[in-house]
Structure formats: C-alpha cells, structure tokens
Ligand binder design. Structure first.
Ligand code: UDP
Ligand code: MG
Length: 314
C-alpha cells in the first residue's frame, strides 16, 4: 500500500501547531482506515528556524505517537526552502506528499478529495481557493494584479493556488531536478507536466498567531517570483529604449526644422524634460539589469538552500 506524508512548513507557529497536527492526524487516520494509505503514513514538520516553542511541540508530538516527524533548520531559510526540504525528505519513503501551511487556512477537509483525484490518475492536485473574502481589499487586488502581470508575461500559474497541493513521487522527483536557488515553487510546478487536477475550497482566516508574510515579505516574494520566472522586464527595457530613442529622433527633427525656419531657440524646458526622462529610463534599466545580475550571482554561488540542524523521527 502507498504511503502518504503531509509536509508542513512552520515558522513560529506555537499558537496553532499542536491543534493543526491533531486535525491533520485525524484526517490521515480516516484515509488509513479506508485503506487508501499505509499505516506508516505520517506528518513531517519543517521548523524553519523558529524562535518559539515550535520545535518543542514537534518533539512532544513525536514522543506521544511517533507519526509526527520533524526537521529543524539552523535558521530561518524561508517558506519555499522549508517546502523543498520537506519534499526532499518525505520522498525518501513516501509515495504521495501533500504540502499544507501550519495555520490550516487552507481547508484540510479538501485532502480526501485530493486523494480521490490522485487515485483517479492525477500526479499533481492543486488546492485552489474559490474566494478571497477573508483577504483585505489590498491583498486581493495586489494578488490579482500579480497573476494578471505574470499571465501577460507568459508565465503559467494556477490562479488562487498557494502551496497547498498533492504530488506523486515522480512529480516531486521531477521537481527536485530544478536546481535554482531563487525558487518560486508554484511557478515551477506547472512546468513539470503530468496529469493535473484541482480541488476547490474556502480559505479561512488564521486561527491564531500572526501572518508570517508581512507586506514587505509579500512584495519581495512577488518580485522574486516575477524575476525568477520571466525575463520580460529586461526585454521591456529594450522596447522602452527604442521608444525613447524614437521620441528623441522626433525631437531632433523638430528642433532642426524650427531652427532652419528661423523660429525660436527653445528654452530649457524641453532640455530638462528629456534629461530627466532619459535619466529615469536609464536608471530603471540599470536597476532591472542589476536585479538579474544579482539573481545570477546567487545562482552561480550554489549555496545550499538550507541547513538542517536536527531531525526527529525523520
Ligand atoms: N513560513 C515559513 N517560513 C517563513 C514564513 C512562513 O516556514 O519564513 C510558513 C508559516 O509557518 C506557514 C506558511 O509558511 O506555515 C505560510 O505562512 P503564513 O500563514 O504566515 O502566510 P499567509 O497565509 O499569511 O500568506
Ligand atoms: Mg496563513
């Protein structure tokens, strides 16, 4: 029989982790009882350098039932790296992996449906939220803008899907072959191919604790996603440059013509405008180029994505 591992990234989740684990264990028990999965099925929590009692909770859960296992990072390496580490570890023994956030904002009751779709032949089953009612106006609209922008740039993303997903062993094995350090997981998964399916659910507010994605981190995440998935911004510079040059040529013809016709000598306004606009374009361009050079630098360094300090049960 196949083995299921539920992977949970957790960063300072002492307020929700214990109850989340209980709920997930119950759901997993249900699947085991229906003989859909092996009794060895488990939950793997990746402690992303928490400074609170998260690791102690994982240990306590492991001692009480053994089904909860844990990996502890030596510091905070970020949500995406925690997910990668969890998948990498889980795939050593599991046939199916489900990733879900520790706060269970993504409805764990969707898991049995995910499993059904997997049994029906899907290698990847995306959890997709069917509304964003629990988000603020700002988050809803910035998220929409983000998806729209990426779509225009030709990047395939499953809209309203975060990292709540089921993957088969072979899908994960394929995913783990992508070596990039700037990994935006949900942008890479659609590149894998395989048969995919979706499960829709309502996303609920966080039960306790605070979001580990404050605005600054969210914007950085979106920008990372955009620049790691698409080189469109660099191309845009080229078009911006062409556009600015055309304007410059038009201005040149105009000023030469007015000079020949003996009309006025133009003042500093046109000069100022062109200096500032061109200066601005150039700086933006340099900034965008710099972003990609920076990304290359982090890729070239090949630094480890994470460091595991200790494990329990895993
Ligand atoms: N998380 C993590 N490392 C981080 C930030 C977040 O492992 O540096 C985990 C966090 O514990 C949670 C998940 O990623 O399980 C999503 O975070 P959160 O729920 O705070 O994000 P939001 O739902 O507000 O977007
Ligand atoms: Mg959350």
């Amino acid at each position: 029989m196949e083995k299921l591992t539920i992977v949970i990234p957790a960063y300072n989740e002492e307020e929700v982790l214990a109850s989340s684990l209980q709920r997930l264990l119950k759901i997993e028990d249900g699947l085991i009882e229906q003989q859909l999965f092996d009794r060895q099925s488990d939950i793997l929590v990746v402690d992303d350098g928490s400074t609170d009692r998260t690791w102690a909770i994982i240990n306590a859960e492991n001692h009480s039932g053994q089904r909860v296992k844990g990996i502890k990072f030596s510091r905070n390496f970020g949500h995406q790296n925690a997910l990668i580490a969890g998948m990498q570890q889980a795939i050593n023994t599991a046939d199916v992996v489900i990733t879900i956030d520790a706060d269970l904002q993504d409805d764990p009751n969707a898991i049995p449906t995910m499993v059904e779709k997997f049994a029906a032949g899907a290698d990847i089953v995306y959890g997709v939220r069917n509304n964003r009612a629990t988000d603020t106006w700002f988050k809803r609209n910035t998220a929409l803008l983000f998806y729209k922008t990426l779509k225009v740039l030709g990047v395939q993303l499953v809209q309203n899907h975060a990292d709540f997903r089921l993957m088969s062993r072979r899908a994960i094995q394929t995913f783990l072959k992508y070596p990039e350090r700037n990994m935006f997981i949900r942008g890479v998964i659609p590149m894998l191919g395989f048969k995919t399916d979706c499960v829709y659910y309502q996303r609920t507010p966080r039960l306790a604790g605070e979001s580990k994605y404050p605005l600054k981190k969210m914007l950085a995440f979106a920008w990372d996603g955009l620049t790691s998935l698409s080189i469109a911004p660099v191309r845009a510079i080229l078009f911006l440059g062409i556009f600015a040059s055309c304007l410059g040529i038009a201005a040149l013809i105009y000023s030469v013509a007015t000079k020949w016709l003996g009309l006025t000598v133009h003042g500093w306004s046109s000069l100022m405008i062109s200096i500032w606009i061109l200066g601005g374009f150039q700086m933006i361009s340099l900034g965008i180029l710099g972003e990609y050079v920076g990304k290359m630098m982090t890729e070239v360094k090949r630094r480890p994505r994470f460091t595991i300090e200790s494990t329990i049960g895993a």
